[in-house]
Design a protein around this ligand. Structure first.
Ligand code: NAD
Length: 586
C-alpha cells in the first residue's frame, strides 16, 4: 500500500471543529469519516490502511488515499465522486439531492468471486478488501459493535436463562480480541457475566486492557479458569484475555473437563491467510510463514480451524450453548472438507455418516438471536459528531432518551455506554432502533424521528457541528450472507443477492449522502453482498428531507425482505406500519 502520506501524518485522525476544508458539509463529512477510520485510536493497523476485520481497508493505497482527500476537497455540491475498491475513479455532475460519494468495494463476478482470484488481483493493486464499515468509512472503533454484542448476549440469556439476571454467574468462552472481537469481554460484563477470551496476539489483549474492554490478561489458562469460576460463583462480572491460540485453549479446556456455559468465537476465521493464526506458531513466526510459504500457512490455518470447530462441537455436546459469531468459521471448515466434492456444496456430503458432527451443527447468531429484530426493520445504526466534541454526543444521548422514554432497555444501554464505553476517534454512539415509532409519531419511523430531532438540534445551535448518521452493513434489509445474516431463511433464499443491491439503489433514490456496496464483509470474499449509507444532518431543510426518506426506506427494505420470505413478524410489521408489500394479500 506504499508509505503513509504526509497528509495522514498531519491529521492522525479526523479534522474537527466548525471550519471546513471542503466545499460543503457533505464532502467534509466524507473527508472526516475516512480519516476517522484511520485514526490510530480507531484502526487496528492504520499504517497499512487496515481498519479492522482481517485486512478491511479504508483506501487501496496511500496514493489512492491522497487522491480521495484531494477529490473530496474539490467536490462540488452537485457532484458525485466514484470510489472503486478504495481508489477514486471518476467525478460527475449530478444534482444536490444525489449522493456525494458512491463506493463499490471488493466485488467480483460470481464465477471468479473467491479469495484466490481476489488475492491475485489485490497483489497487483487492482482491488481492495473493504470488509463492512472499513471501506465505506463508517467504522467507529470497537464501540461500534459493543451494543450489537451486548444485545445478542442479552437475547441469548433471555432465551436460555429466563430466571437469571442477564448472564450473572455464567461463563462465556470465546476467541479473538481484535477490532470487533475486542468488544466481547465488555459486552459480557455489561450483561453481568464472566468472559474468558483466547487471543494469540498479546498486543491486542493489551489494547483491550488499556481501553477498559477487558480487565485482566494471563498466559496461564488454568489460572484464568479458576478466576472465572470464582467470579461466576460470586455472581461478579469479570473478564480475562488468555494469551493463547483459541483452538489450543478450547482443547485444553476439554482436557481439564471444564465446560463453559456459552462458547463462541470472533477470530478472523473468514480469511485463512491474513486473518486466522495457525496453532504452533508465535505471531511473528506465523507472519513470516505467511510471507515465505503462503500455501503451508493456509493448510495449517485450515487444519487449526478444523480442530477449533471440533472443540466447539464437543463443548456443545457436553452442555455448552454454542453459536457462531459471524466469522464464517463453520463455512470455512465445511468448504475445506468439501473441496474434493463435485459441487463444493455445504457439508454434509451425501453419503457421509450422519452420526459425524458437522460444522453447521451449531447455529449462527443471526437466526438464533437477531432475525426477530430484522423482521421488524430493527437494526444497529450509529451517529458521529463531526465537531469532535463529546458534548455533542451527550446532547444526542439526551435526545434519544427524550424521544423514547418508554424504552427501558434503550435507557439501560445509553446509561451503560456513557459510563463504560470510551470514545475512540470522533465521538460517536451506536444504538438499535427500528421501524415503527408508535401512534403519536406522525407516521415517522423510529430512526427518522431520531434523525429529524438531531437535525433540529444542529439547526438550533445546540450541537456544534453536523452529525452524520450511518450504520453497519449488518442490518435488516442490506445484506445477503448465507452463513450469517441470511442463514436458514424461511423460504430458502439465503443466497439471493438482489436485496442488498435494491437497498443500495433505494438509498441513492432516497438521497443518502454516501452509499456503498461491498462483497465479502464478515464472512470473506464470495460469501456475502451488502450495502451501507450515510446521511449528514447539517440542520438544513434538505437534510431533513433526505433523513426522513432514507430512514424510512432503508429499514423498510428489512421489513419487505423478511415479509417476502414469509416471516409472520415482518408481515405483521408491514400491516401495522403501512409498508406496502405489493403481492401480499391484505
Ligand atoms: P481482527 O482481524 O481485528 O481481529 C481478529 C483477532 O483474532 C486478532 O486479534 C487475531 O490476533 C486473533 N486471532 C486470529 N486467529 C486466532 C487464533 N487461532 N486464536 C486466537 N486468536 C486468533 O478482526 P475483528 O474486527 O475483531 O473481527 C473478527 C471476526 O468477526 C471477523 O471474521 C469478522 O468478519 C467477524 N465480525 C463479526 C461481527 C458480528 O457482528 N458478529 C461483526 C464484525 C466482524
Amino acid at each position: 500500500v506504499g508509505e503513509p502520506s504526509d497528509q495522514w501524518r498531519e491529521y492522525r485522525g479526523a479534522p474537527t471543529g466548525a471550519d471546513l476544508e471542503c466545499r460543503g458539509w457533505r464532502q467534509e463529512a466524507a473527508l472526516r469519516l475516512l480519516n476517522n477510520n484511520l485514526d490510530p485510536e480507531v484502526a487496528e493497523r492504520p499504517e497499512d490502511l487496515v481498519v479492522y476485520g482481517g485486512t478491511g481497508r479504508a483506501a487501496r493505497s496511500w496514493d489512492a488515499y491522497d487522491a480521495i482527500c484531494a477529490e473530496l476537497r474539490e467536490l462540488g455540491d452537485a457532484e458525485t465522486l466514484l470510489v472503486q475498491s478504495g481508489k477514486p475513479v471518476g467525478r460527475f455532475e449530478t444534482h444536490e439531492r444525489a449522493p456525494r460519494v458512491l463506493i463499490a468495494n471488493s466485488n467480483l463476478v460470481g464465477r471468479w468471486d473467491d479469495w484466490k482470484h481476489f488475492h491475485a488481483l489485490e497483489a497487483e493493486g487492482k482491488i481492495m478488501y473493504g470488509q463492512m464499515t472499513a471501506g465505506s468509512w463508517a467504522y467507529i472503533g470497537t464501540q461500534g459493535i459493543v451494543q450489537g454484542t451486548y444485545e445478542t448476549l442479552a437475547e441469548l440469556s433471555a432465551q436460555h436463562y429466563p430466571e437469571t439476571e442477564g448472564l450473572t454467574g455464567k461463563i462465556v468462552v470465546t476467541g479473538g480480541l481484535g477490532g470487533m472481537g475486542g468488544a466481547q469481554p465488555l459486552a459480557v460484563t455489561m450483561n453481568g457475566g464472566v468472559c474468558i477470551a483466547a487471543e494469540v496476539d498479546e498486543t491486542r489483549i493489551d489494547r483491550r486492557l488499556e481501553t477498559g474492554y477487558c480487565r485482566e490478561k494471563t498466559d496461564d489458562l488454568g489460572a484464568a479458569i479458576d478466576a472465572a469460576e470464582a467470579a461466576a460463583e460470586d455472581g461478579e462480572p469479570y473478564s480475562v484475555g488468555v494469551h493463547a491460540n483459541a483452538a489450543d485453549a478450547l482443547e485444553a479446556m476439554l482436557e481439564r473437563g471444564f465446560v463453559p456455559d456459552v462458547v463462541t468465537d470472533q477470530t478472523s476465521a473468514h480469511d485463512e491467510l491474513e486473518g486466522y493464526y495457525p496453532s504452533g506458531y508465535a505471531v511473528a513466526e506465523a507472519d513470516e510463514l505467511r510471507e515465505t510459504d503462503p500455501e503451508t500457512y493456509v493448510a495449517e490455518s485450515l487444519e487449526t480451524m478444523e480442530r477449533h470447530v471440533d472443540a466447539i462441537l464437543e463443548l456443545q455436546d457436553r452442555g455448552a450453548i454454542a453459536f457462531e459469531y459471524g466469522n464464517n468459521i463453520r463455512g470455512q471448515v465445511a468448504d475445506h472438507r468439501n473441496r474434493e466434492s463435485v459441487d463444493g456444496g455445504r457439508w454434509p456430503l451425501s453419503g457421509s455418516d450422519p452420526e459425524d458432527r458437522q460444522p453447521f451443527d451449531f447455529p449462527g447468531f443471526v437466526p438464533e438471536y437477531v432475525r426477530p429484530l430484522f423482521c421488524r426493520g430493527k437494526g444497529p445504526f450509529r451517529w458521529v459528531a463531526l465537531s469532535g466534541d463529546p458534548a455533542d454526543i451527550r446532547r444526542t444521548d439526551e435526545a434519544v432518551l427524550e424521544l423514547f422514554p418508554e424504552k427501558d432497555h434503550l435507557r439501560r444501554w445509553i446509561d451503560l455506554a456513557r459510563e463504560r464505553v470510551e470514545f475512540q476517534g470522533l465521538p460517536a454512539r451506536v444504538c438499535w432502533l427500528g421501524y415503527r415509532a408508535g401512534d403519536d409519531a406522525d407516521g415517522l419511523t423510529e430512526r427518522a424521528r431520531f434523525a429529524l430531532r438531531i437535525n433540529e438540534l444542529v439547526a438550533e445551535g445546540e450541537i456544534a457541528a453536523p452529525i452524520v448518521v450511518t450504520r453497519d452493513h449488518l442490518d435488516a434489509g442490506s445484506v445477503a450472507s448465507p452463513n450469517r445474516e441470511t442463514e436458514a431463511m424461511a423460504d430458502g433464499t439465503d443466497a439471493v443477492a438482489d436485496w442488498p443491491i435494491l437497498n443500495a439503489l433505494l438509498n441513492c433514490a432516497a438521497g443518502a449522502d454516501i452509499v456503498s456496496v461491498h462483497d465479502g464483509g464478515g464472512v470473506g470474499i464470495g460469501n456475502s453482498l451488502h450495502a451501507n449509507n450515510h446521511v449528514v444532518l447539517d440542520g438544513s431543510e434538505l437534510a431533513a428531507e433526505k433523513a426522513e426518506a432514507v430512514f424510512t426506506t432503508d429499514p423498510g427494505t428489512g421489513v419487505v425482505r423478511h415479509a417476502d420470505a414469509g416471516y409472520d413478524a415482518a408481515l405483521e410489521e408491514a400491516r401495522e406500519s403501512d409498508v406496502h408489500v405489493p403481492m401480499e394479500e391484505r
